[in-house]
Design a protein around this ligand. Structure first.
Ligand code: HEM
Length: 244
């Protein structure tokens, strides 16, 4: 395959792109309508509550956005299981021993002990950590959200303590998820020097070959059907080696 440093590689299909944008919108809605209940004493929360038509309307928006969020997660998991089992998609988000090895290799690289970063596959260990955080956090938010939505029914089945516990977990996990997205995810997709001013891959579905060499060399070797050493040869040669 003839390639130049400017060539683009397909990374995401339309399904993944639409799914990401829907998740981003629904998550933003949940954060706005949820955190302005938790921090109701702030002026900005007053403004949000008034703009959305009062606290009762905002609570309804929050609950139905929550249902949409739950639907997105359930469809995602069902489609993933169907794809892997029936259509033999590679289970590229599964955590394996290479992720731990790659993390150690990257630490060595950052400390200057080796002269090349870890050779990662389609998703690296940081991306997997974020992905599984969303899935685990999503389940927690759905379960605790449903408990807060139907407290009377829940109290018939479970001890009453579950309701304040669900509220504490829902409220604090919300803040944690918001901070992870703002600090980690937005940094990686907008402010990181590797992608600034914006990583457009989730909009265009394409990524530069140069970034693939740097970030996902194993996947690129697979796509181009060459050994990974061939992929990273020039890249590593261009980097300062140990002791230089
Ligand atoms: C990641 C997504 C979510 C975020 C960031 C979020 C955030 C929040 C926050 C901050 C609160 C206020 C808690 C407090 O007063 O301290 C809240 C309340 C609530 N949330 Fe969520 N939430 C999310 C998902 C959900 C889901 C999936 C559901 C339902 C299935 C849900 C249902 C509720 C309910 C019922 C309340 C109590 C307030 C009310 O009665 O409307 N939330 N949420």
């Amino acid at each position: 395959m003839a390639t130049t440093s400017h060539s683009q590689i397909k990374r995401f299909g339309i399904g993944r792109i639409v799914e990401h944008q829907m998740n981003a919108l629904v998550f933003a809605m949940l954060v706005i309508t949820g955190l302005s209940q938790r921090f109701h004493e702030y002026r900005v929360s007053h403004w949000i509550i008034k703009t959305l038509g009062g606290v009762d309307t905002m609570r309804i928006i929050h609950r139905y956005s929550g249902l949409l969020f739950a639907t997105l997660i359930v469809v995602h998991i069902a489609a993933g299981i169907y794809g892997v089992v029936k259509k033999h998609w590679p289970a590229s988000m599964m955590i394996n021993m290479n992720d731990f090895r790659n993390a150690i290799e990257n630490l060595k690289y950052y400390f200057g002990i080796t002269n090349h970063p870890a050779l990662c596959d389609r998703y690296d260990y940081k991306q997997k950590f974020e992905y599984w955080g969303v899935i685990a956090g999503g389940f927690l938010m759905i379960a605790t959200g449903l408990i807060l939505w139907f407290p009377v029914e829940v109290a018939r089945l479970l001890p009453g303590e579950f309701i304040p516990a669900a509220k504490a977990a829902h409220s604090n996990e919300a803040l944690l998820a918001f901070l992870v997205i703002i600090i980690w995810h937005i940094y990686n997709s907008i402010f990181s020097p590797e992608v600034f001013p914006l990583d457009t891959a989730i909009f265009t579905g394409r990524i530069s070959r140069e970034r693939m060499v740097h970030e996902h060399p194993l996947e690129l070797a697979n796509i181009e059907n060459v050994p990974v050493e061939e992929i990273v040869k020039h890249h590593h040669a261009a980097r300062p080696s140990e002791g230089e």
